[in-house]
Design a protein around this ligand. Structure first.
Ligand code: 5GP
Length: 202
């Protein structure tokens, strides 16, 4: 009998704002069991339709600073004038329970996660083209011109980090992108070079 040590896998998904990460992630979550989405903490205001505790935990600056001071965050960053961070306690509990944990975070956070967990799998999602990204951001109609221009500029910078990621997924259709991510997760679970795979042969 071969038995695996069941510690969950940490998965980072990054990609430019507007690439459709949330939709792809929702599709992956819908189709895959034993996968937990880490809801981040942020100081930014909710967009139309966003619910506290679902998209993010929306907190004020003071509360965010308290979380930093008390080491409650696995990683955090300042992005376009707001703070974003990942709760350490929540993801540790899930991983210990054998559940995979998915993080939707930007590239600086991705790099910090990799430093803390060498086994983390980093996936970068790109739009089919830069024009398409621009079209999607304007189509969202929730942000000012200045914010959109800031996000497009940041997108170009973020794409430079692609070589630090393990996998690249093109989001031309939600279904295909979700399929790719699920295939990556399946492959990662079959790898024999992960330290936590203490295979017992009886
Ligand atoms: P948005 O404001 O569009 O929801 O998110 C802006 C960026 O922040 C996205 O690239 C998203 O992936 C990233 N982000 C969301 N939560 C976190 C987090 O907890 N940590 C880090 N480092 N980035 C995050």
């Amino acid at each position: 009998m071969m038995k695996r040590n069941k510690i969950g896998q940490l998965i980072v998904i990054s990609g430019p704002s507007g690439v459709g990460k949330s939709t792809v992630i929702a599709e992956v979550m819908h189709r895959r069991e034993n996968l937990f989405f880490s809801v981040s903490y942020t100081t930014r205001s909710p967009r139309a339709g966003e619910q506290g505790g679902v998209s993010y935990y929306f907190v004020d600056n003071e509360e965010f600073q308290r979380m930093i001071r008390e080491n409650e965050l696995l990683e955090y960053t300042s992005y376009q004038g707001n703070y974003y961070g990942t709760s350490l306690k929540l993801i540790q509990e899930k991983m210990q329970a054998g559940c995979d944990v998915l993080l939707d975070i930007e590239v600086e956070g991705g790099g910090n996660v990799r430093k803390k967990d060498q086994n983390a799998v980093l996936i970068f999602v790109v739009p089919p083209s830069f024009e398409e990204l621009s079209r999607r951001l304007y189509g969202r109609r929730s942000e000012s011109e200045a914010v959109i221009q800031g996000r497009l500029k940041r997108a170009r910078e973020e794409m430079k980090e692609i070589p630090n990621y393990n996998y690249l997924v093109v989001n031309d259709s939600v279904e295909d992108a979700a399929n790719d991510i699920i295939s990556i997760l399946n492959a990662e679970h079959c790898r024999i070079d992960k330290q936590y795979l203490n295979v017992e042969v009886e």
